[in-house]
Design a protein around this ligand. Structure first.
Ligand SMILES: [Zn+2]
Length: 92
């Protein structure tokens, strides 16, 4: 079902629910019985922020096909601590 908007010149707009594609160009006004013309409006478009849309997309993807680890990740490299006294030693 879709909601189609019509406007009566005397009474104003009203909404008619019908199956998609069955809207008429004119409808009878429920208040006065006069004919009202169909008004074309923008469909119900959602303007979702991009970060939220990306998070929802990742959430849906992880529900169906979660990322699977196939190998052990490499160990993090430890920083080498050098003793400052070693710099005073002779080098080969
Ligand atoms: Zn009317």
């Amino acid at each position: 079902m879709a909601a189609y908007l019509y406007r009566c010149p005397a009474c104003g707009p009203w909404e008619v629910r019908r199956p998609i594609g069955t809207a008429q160009a004119e409808e009878r006004c429920p208040s006065c019985g006069d004919t009202g013309r169909r008004v074309y409006t923008a469909p119900l478009l959602a303007r979702t922020p991009a970060p939220l849309a990306a998070a929802r997309s990742r959430e849906e993807a992880s529900a169906d096909a979660p990322a699977v680890t196939t190998a052990v990740p490499p160990a993090p490299r430890r920083p080498v601590r050098r003793d400052p006294r070693w710099s005073a030693l002779p080098r080969p």
